[in-house]
Ligand binder design. Structure first.
Ligand code: AMP
Ligand code: ZN
Length: 485
């Protein structure tokens, strides 16, 4: 029995899929206008933890959809002619804004998939990763439905959701738990993101602006060239790919308002059904008490951290060491502690695969029950880890029987289907495959050495060492050795 905190009811509830054994789950995905930072990654790792727990503990089939927001204010700005955010890797800019948008967003989309793969998300678990730009006709259908019901209107070439009208029909503010008493009736907002104080009629379709990508939208013989608002994108893609209502919708806590609140209103107004049963939100990853965000400039991308020789799986483990419903402060000390903790479990696993056996009998089923019970209670990963470490404290230095070791291996096989941060097998003696990035560093070091730039050579040696590789100098070259674990 899996229990989840549902932001709609503000309660922990027993989860049951609507359709037999199948869980339909939608996660608000990245806006592909830059490299995602690890605060964003907390949202995707939360969704991954949830979908893996549903599969492994719940035994469900999970249909997991994560969208790609490739059209919004930020992707348009980044892809515009002369943008400083355009990178050579994206190719040459053209005169066509839609082609530029596609070149720009595809690059960051590719980087995003590389990053989440490094973080242990298995892309095969994703049923679909729809791009907003590929669902424009379906978005227009939804907007037409809302217009037909008189809950939207056209003004200055854009189309707005009439919140005051909607408030006569249903509650606005269900998720955010706000009555909007001072609602600014009749005012309109074009921005995708806004504060609750700015709440008014939000945009479904934005009129075309000079040199920006646009799509035609003919209504009663009149064309309204433009592009969709952010909220209508998710309402449409989840309807098309999962059907309504589906089981679970995830996203960061900042998406509750306006994104998810507006999603609820639009879907119910247009399709007649609310999107989902469970709304699951993760809290923020913070830095010194503030949300990690691009706008505050207090962020790290995964790429930044990889350059500091940090293993992405240590970041995955670090995120799992805190409950996703709580704010979590990112520090390098914390990351180091996570690395050590992960390694400690890894050493224990290597020992399970060694030939050394003793007499101590262990009941692995008790450990399994305790750990999975904690995970079933609203994905309480820190408590699950605490159970594991209590076990390790007791048995780490014991010599276990062959049968006990086999049972423990079975437990770790199951646990690692969720955590996905450990190698299950004997301790490797040597690693003979040298990763490309190590070879690059070694080559840079060789060059520095040959140019007698010894301080740079020492610096690079240290980086290579941090990665777990020894570099030995030969006359005009080098030998790389992995040190034994
Ligand atoms: P975006 O790419 O900006 O649309 O954001 C992608 C996801 O990251 C959304 O679910 C956000 O709510 C989430 N997010 C953004 N910043 C943070 C943060 N500091 N901590 C946790 N989640 C975040
Ligand atoms: Zn969304």
């Amino acid at each position: 029995m899996i229990k989840l905190f549902n932001s709609l009811t503000n309660r922990i509830e027993i989860f049951k899929p609507l359709k037999n054994n199948e869980v339909r789950m939608y996660s608000c995905g990245p806006t592909v206008y830059n490299y995602a930072h690890i605060g964003n990654m907390r949202a995707f790792l939360f969704a991954d933890l949830l979908q893996r727990t549903l599969r492994v503990v719940g035994g469900y089939d999970v249909k997991w959809v994560m969208n790609i927001t490739d059209i919004d204010d930020k992707t348009i700005r980044g892809s515009s002619i002369g943008s400083t955010e355009w990178l050579p890797e994206m190719g040459e800019q053209t005169n066509d804004p839609i082609t530029n948008l596609s070149l720009f967003t595809r690059y960051f989309e590719k980087c995003f998939f590389e990053d989440i793969t490094d973080l242990g998300i298995d892309l095969n678990h994703l049923y679909a990763t729809p791009r907003a730009t590929e669902f424009i006709p379906q978005m227009q259908d939804l907007i037409l439905k809302i217009l037909d019901k008189g809950i939207a209107y056209i003004a200055d070439g854009s189309i707005y959701f009439n919140v005051a009208k909607w408030r006569e029909i249903d509650k606005y503010g269900k998720l955010y738990k706000i009555d909007f008493e001072n609602f600014r009736s009749g005012e309109r907002i074009d921005a995708d993101q806004y504060d609750k104080e700015q709440a008014c009629d939000f945009v479904l379709w934005k009129a075309k602006k000079e040199n920006e990508p646009y799509w035609d939208f003919v209504i009663d013989g009149v064309n309204y060239p433009g592009r969709p608002g952010w909220h209508i994108e998710c309402s449409t893609m989840e309807y098309v790919l999962l059907g309504l209502p589906f089981d679970i919708h995830t996203g960061g806590i900042d998406l509750k308002f306006p994104h998810h609140e507006d999603e609820i209103a639009q879907s119910k107004a247009g399709y007649g059904v609310e999107p989902t049963i469970f709304w699951c939100h993760n809290e923020f990853l913070e830095v010194e008490g503030e949300k990690m965000s691009k706008s505050l400039g207090n962020f790290f991308t995964l790429r930044d951290l990889k350059e500091k020789c940090i293993d992405p799986l240590d970041i995955r483990y670090l995120m799992f060491s805190a409950h996703f419903g709580s704010k979590f402060n990112f520090t390098f000390d914390g990351l180091n502690a996570a690395k050590k903790a992960r390694q400690r479990v890894q050493e224990f696993i290597y020992e399970l695969f060694s030939d050394k056996c003793g007499q101590i009998e262990i009941d692995a089923s008790e450990l399994e029950r305790d750990v999975f019970n904690e995970l079933s209670e609203d994905l309480h990963t820190p408590k699950a880890l605490a159970r594991l470490f209590t076990f390790l404290n007791k048995y780490e230095s014991e010599s276990m029987s062959e049968k006990s070791k086999k049972e423990l291996i079975k437990f770790f096989e199951k646990f690692n289907q969720i955590f996905a941060v450990w190698e299950l097998g004997p301790r490797p003696e040597f690693c003979i495959i040298i990763p490309d990035e190590i070879i690059d560093l070694a080559e840079q070091r060789l060059k520095a050495r040959l140019e007698k730039n010894y301080s740079e050579a020492d610096r690079l040696r240290q980086i290579i060492l941090n990665y777990g590789w020894n570099i030995k100098d030969t006359k005009d070259s080098y030998v790389l050795e992995r040190y034994k674990s």
